[in-house]
Design a protein around this ligand. Structure first.
Ligand code: HEC
Ligand code: HEC
Length: 500
């Protein structure tokens, strides 16, 4: 049975891919795009995405980029060699024939398509060649000294620019020297890194701080449909306060565009993403198959998401210059994002070092007894449903239109209510590969499974192990399941969870 299913889904993928280039555009069809995103709770409407015609009117880009090395590992004469390169295509799509070709192309884009914001910043280039800065920023680095997630860009011969991050910046882990594709980067302290940058900009000049942080933050986070938007006000805080808010982001958490400096989100593990029915912790988009995954990837990778509108009036349009997109937005060929989606769906979980022993087997029984399987049933360990953020009542039609459980687990509601990802929902997450995570719950506010299932986290004096030294104590509310278990059962449950 399993084999047949596997065969059928592979067949579907392959036919989807084979049909794709010949049939012309399939990534952006109006009929599919309008159903893609979920409505936003406070606005009552789904954000308005580009129309098919507008999307395909965007200029196309397919540009090769090159690895960035740690200064002590850079091959001799590397930058000179780069200066002699002509701009070249990242991928030759006409050559993709087999499934393996598509996956390889997807991997190339995952590592090589730089998210083109603030590309060519001289300041960032100087920093990335400074060993002290690099040590502090703890970027994932391969044994060969390649900084994973950054690339050099050659847009014209003789000029080597630093690009911004690629998918691999956030969705790769290095464990015991081995690179694992898909899981969240739990090594690079993205928050403190941004805090440090904020302080550097401030030291340089008020103008630099304004250009590179405040304007950028406003466009990344402002929520046009919110009255009294808290996100707009944050950009006006003194620099040190902004830096402090960044510092507070735990490892494995990111203040992504469309979230908030105050309400950042846990980085997703992309292994097994094809099994999830809703994308993002707040279920911002449906995942009906490869095209949705490809479209989601493209909206991030090309930053075409910056053209999404969040209000009907002029304030609904984001200011591209402020987002480091002054050169305009280009789109990759559809094939690029189908290749990435195919690559993502090919990712396999790494070997789990936590073996199933007697304690884990006992934990499995606790899991069933404590009612966890109602929401986190095997084999995916999620029922793929949406729960309500505290305080949100969905319109009756949406309760059946989407797979909604009409209950709230009571975790922090702000991401789901006060950001551009604010659908009002939190999806039930899959617990597969949870042993690889460093932060738990949608906001990563808990640093270990031991803490998640310890009732002490409900006390006002609680401080999670993954919080910054300056973060004051507070209770982490919600998801009270399993909190009343006897110590031995709790330990067994945690042991079991780590084997998934
Ligand atoms: C700067 C860090 C960062 C970069 C770079 C990044 N992502 Fe992500 N990604 C995240 C975070 C954080 C989330 C969780 C977002 C949420 O839940 O709202 C996420 C979620 C996703 C999801 C949804 C997964 C799920 O569980 O629903 C997909 C798919 C994805 N990213 C693909 C990509 C691709 C493809 C790229 C490159 C084009 C990319 N990401 C670049 C941080 C990043
Ligand atoms: C009523 C549905 C429901 C039940 C029952 C439930 N959970 Fe959850 N679980 C959720 C939701 C929803 C979240 C996400 C909450 C958030 O992100 O704010 C979650 C999150 C988690 C997480 C964190 C996942 C991550 O990626 O950070 C773990 C671990 C977990 N649950 C384990 C359990 C265990 C063990 C039990 C039983 C003791 C249980 N859950 C019972 C709905 C449920």
């Amino acid at each position: 049975m399993k084999l047949i299913l596997l065969w059928v889904s592979t067949f579907l993928y392959v036919t989807a891919l084979a049909a794709q280039p010949a049939d012309g555009p399939t990534l952006w069809r109006d009929a599919e795009v309008t159903q893609f995103r979920l409505p936003l709770a406070t606005w009552g409407k789904a954000p308005s995405l580009l129309k098919e015609k507008q999307y395909y009117a965007l200029p196309e880009v397919n540009l090769k980029t090159y690895p960035v090395y740690a200064p002590d590992k850079e091959p001799a004469g590397y930058l000179d060699w780069l200066r002699q390169q002509d701009p070249q295509p990242l991928v030759d799509y006409s050559k993709l024939k087999t499934d393996a070709d598509w996956i390889a192309a997807g991997r190339e884009i995952f590592y090589g398509r730089e998210l083109p914001r603030f590309t060519g910043s001289e300041h960032n280039l100087a920093m990335i060649r400074n060993p002290q800065v690099l040590a502090a920023y703890r970027l994932n680095t391969t044994a060969e000294g390649v900084l994973v997630g950054l690339r050099y860009v050659v847009r014209e011969k003789g000029k080597v620019e630093l690009g911004t991050d690629t998918c691999a910046m956030c969705h790769v882990q290095i464990r015991d020297g081995k690179l694992i594709e898909g899981p969240a980067n739990t090594h690079t302290p993205f928050g403190p890194l941004m805090g440090d940058l904020t302080r550097r900009y401030q030291q340089m000049s008020p103008q630099m701080l304004d250009e590179r942080r405040r304007k950028h933050m406003r466009e990344d986070y402002r929520v046009p449909f919110l009255a009294d938007d808290p996100n707009l006000k944050i950009a006006d805080l003194p620099a040190e306060e902004i830096a402090g808010l960044y510092d507070a982001h735990p490892l494995g958490v990111h203040g992504r565009t469309n979230t908030s400096l105050r309400y950042p989100v846990k980085i997703s593990n992309l292994i097994g993403v094809a099994d999830l029915k809703y994308l993002d912790h707040t279920g911002t988009a449906r995942n009906r198959g490869l095209t949705d995954l490809a479209r989601y990837s493209g909206m991030i990778g090309d930053v075409t998401d910056s053209l999404t509108r969040y209000a009907d009036g002029p304030e609904g349009k984001l200011v591209l210059e402020h987002m480091g997109l002054g050169g305009g937005v280009k789109r990759s060929p559809d094939a690029a994002w189908f290749a990435v989606a195919r690559f993502l769906t090919s990712l396999k979980p790494p070997a789990n070092p936590n073996t199933v022993d007697d304690q884990a087997r006992r934990g499995q029984q606790v899991f069933a007894r404590a009612g966890c399987s109602g929401c986190h049933p095997a084999p995916l360990y999620t029922n793929n449903r949406l729960t309500l953020a505290q305080g949100f009542t969905p319109p009756p039609a949406d309760r059946t239109r989407y797979n909604v459980m009409p209950l709230s687990v009571g975790t922090d509601p702000n991401l789901a209510l006060k950001t551009r990802k604010g659908t009002g929902y939190y999806r039930v997450p899959s617990l597969r590969m949870i042993w690889m995570d460093a932060a738990f719950l949608h906001d990563g506010s808990i640093g270990s499974l031991e803490e998640l299932f310890n009732p002490d986290r409900l006390k006002p004096e609680f401080r999670s192990s993954n919080w910054h030294a300056k973060t004051p104590p507070r209770a982490v509310e919600g998801h009270r399941f399993g909190l009343d278990l006897p110590a031995a059962d709790r330990a067994a449950l945690i042991r079991f969870l780590k084997t998934l």
